[in-house]
Design a protein around this ligand. Structure first.
Ligand code: ACO
Length: 345
């Protein structure tokens, strides 16, 4: 345990991971529903009414997840007013390479020295998993400050001919700095509920390219390397799992659903967010929605929604904020905090 960790324990105040700054980055290229309708059998009307999405951002050719992550990380460090951290955790399911992880490269590009840096692969629940990992690292006294990033370039794994997936996903990155502090101060992560159910692993998958279905060479079917999703079944699981996880977390934290000021759910589909709000008993207008502008950005979804919520003044210092996410695996996770008075860059 570090000196600071033992000092904090000796004060009697419980040590916790506290949010100090938030930064985001989106690629410059906007892709509208109209643009997709020109090359796919779909329409702006279908996409808007079935998902709530109006546009998304796709990275230009040559831009990778690590590039977006580095930009968001730079901004989070600036927002937190710090130039160093003790660890970097990157949540992504679109890493720059299978090997090595993307986080060490991001840490080096951010000139953070030789700090531990690793990727977490929990698909759309990845950011909440990364927050939990960082909080555990801080609680154990292994680190005082951790940079947690969620970054994705789903545009690189989408099948351009698949209207079921191409209209839904966007690219982007969001990052936070967590620092050791006290559990009773604003910004402290108050608890976690995490889960997985691998029986449904095939509902969301990139079939080939791993050790199960190895790349063979030119005879490979390119579609096997693209993202697939059984949307209807995923929808049902998303509502059930995020609902149960949110309820478990609220119980753990001791909050009633009515006391939640802002509900930040994974931005997959506005119908899922409405169904979840209704199920939990949280007014729909307390749900932060930015998927209309950015689409489903997987592991970047929660930090991008938090930033938009703050910038639109929907999330204010002192608000009780509940976050919940769900993704392939299946994986899910929830956490909560009192929103702190921090910078968002
Ligand atoms: N444009 C027009 N028609 C379409 C499109 C499209 N882009 N996509 C599908 N359709 C058609 C289907 O082919 C189907 O036609 P059919 O009735 O002739 O077979 C019809 O629309 C209805 O399709 P459904 O799949 O039933 O549509 P649904 O209302 O379920 O919406 C969607 C699909 C948006 C994918 C929804 O199911 C959804 O949001 N699912 C959850 C996604 C999610 O939560 N993901 C989170 C995890 S993501 C991750 O981890 C990476």
């Amino acid at each position: 345990m570090t000196d600071e960790a033992s000092a904090n324990t000796s004060t009697g105040r419980q040590r916790a991971a506290v949010l100090r700054g938030l930064g985001t980055h989106l690629p410059s290229r906007t892709v509208t529903n109209e643009e997709l309708s020109q090359r796919l059998d779909t329409s702006d009307e279908w996409i808007r009414t079935r998902t709530g999405i109006r546009q998304r951002y796709w990275a230009e050719q040559g831009t990778a997840t690590g590039d977006l992550a580095t930009e968001a990380g730079t901004r989070a460090l600036k927002a937190a007013g710090c130039d160093g951290v003790d660890a970097v955790i990157l949540a992504t399911s679109t890493p720059d390479h299978h090997c090595p992880g993307t986080a060490p490269d991001v840490a080096a590009r951010l000139e953070l020295g030789t700090v531990p840096a690793f990727d977490i692969s929990a698909v759309c629940a990845g950011f909440v998993y990364a927050l939990a990992t960082a909080a555990g690292t801080i609680a154990a006294g292994i680190a005082e400050r951790v940079l947690v990033i969620g970054a994705e370039t789903y545009s690189t794994i989408l099948d351009p001919q698949d209207r079921n997936t191409s209209v839904i996903f966007g690219d982007g990155a969001g990052a936070v700095v967590l620092e050791a502090g006290a559990a009773d101060e604003p910004g402290a992560l108050l608890g976690f509920d995490l889960g997985s159910d691998g029986r449904y692993k095939d509902l969301i998958t990139v079939p080939a390219g791993g050790s199960r279905q190895r790349a063979q060479g030119p005879e490979d079917d390119p579609s096997q390397f693209c993202f697939t999703m059984q949307g209807k079944q995923v929808f049902t699981h998303a509502v059930t799992r995020m609902g149960e996880s949110s309820e478990a977390l609220l119980g753990r934290v001791g909050w009633s659903a009515e006391s939640v000021d802002r509900f930040v759910g994974h931005q997959a589909n506005v119908r899922i967010l409405h169904a979840l709000s209704d199920q939990l008993g949280i007014d729909r207008d307390r749900a932060v929605v930015n998927l209309d502008r950015v689409g489903n950005t997987s592991a970047a979804s929660i930090p991008l929604a938090l930033a938009d919520g703050v910038n639109s003044k929907e999330i204010k210092a002192g608000d009780r904020v509940l976050m919940t996410a769900f993704g392939g695996g299946l994986t899910w996770g929830s956490t909560a905090l009192i929103w702190p008075d921090i910078n968002v860059v």
